[in-house]
Design a protein. Structure first.
Length: 175
């Protein structure tokens, strides 16, 4: 099922994350993007929104190459902290782990014009592809060999690439 991760039967609902848990270690803080992932409902959307707001606040301060470096560091750190946090809470890809959304949203935002309409379109496109999980994103999300930090991060990397391609095509069509 496409939305099984979001159903009431998801392991996430059996082991809710608390703010105290999210701030109990640096790994958990980063994995939850400083508690944004603890917000309910739709923690992935809250994490994506937090990423959008941070990007919009810092886009004129951090140069393009700085964002590229930050996204790369965020991806590899995300592999480690999402695996640690998932192991500590007992749910591989707990919905409160949102560092995967953060790096992916930043990657999509980096590819669109720096105006709020395109930034909100980037947010929406990424959320669509992240939720729907069009292959190969679904393979990374559900494949047994990816039940680790790599799987947590790679399905969102694929969703980000899909969003980037979709937004690029839209830019071509409207120009």
């Amino acid at each position: 099922m496409m939305f099984e991760k979001y159903s009431s039967h998801s392991p996430t609902h059996k082991k809710p994350m608390t703010l105290a848990f999210a701030f109990s270690s640096l790994s958990h803080m980063i994995a939850t993007f400083f508690g944004a992932g603890v917000l309910r409902p739709a923690s992935g959307t809250w994490g994506s929104l937090a990423a959008l707001l941070v990007y919009m606040a810092l886009e004129n301060i951090i140069p393009w190459l700085g964002w590229v470096c930050l996204i790369i560091v965020c991806f590899f750190a995300g592999v480690a902290v999402s695996e640690t946090t998932g192991n500590d809470i007992g749910v591989h890809d707990h919905s409160s782990i949102v560092i995967d959304e953060v790096f992916a949203v930043w990657a999509v935002l980096l590819t669109v014009p720096s105006i709020w309409e395109w930034q909100f379109a980037a947010f929406g496109a990424f959320r669509f592809f992240d939720i729907v999980k069009i292959p190969p994103a679904k393979w990374f999300d559900t494949g047994k060999q990816w039940q680790n930090g790599w799987g947590v991060m790679l399905d969102d990397a694929v969703a980000a690439i899909q969003a980037i391609v979709a937004l690029y095509l839209i830019q071509i069509i409207i120009s």
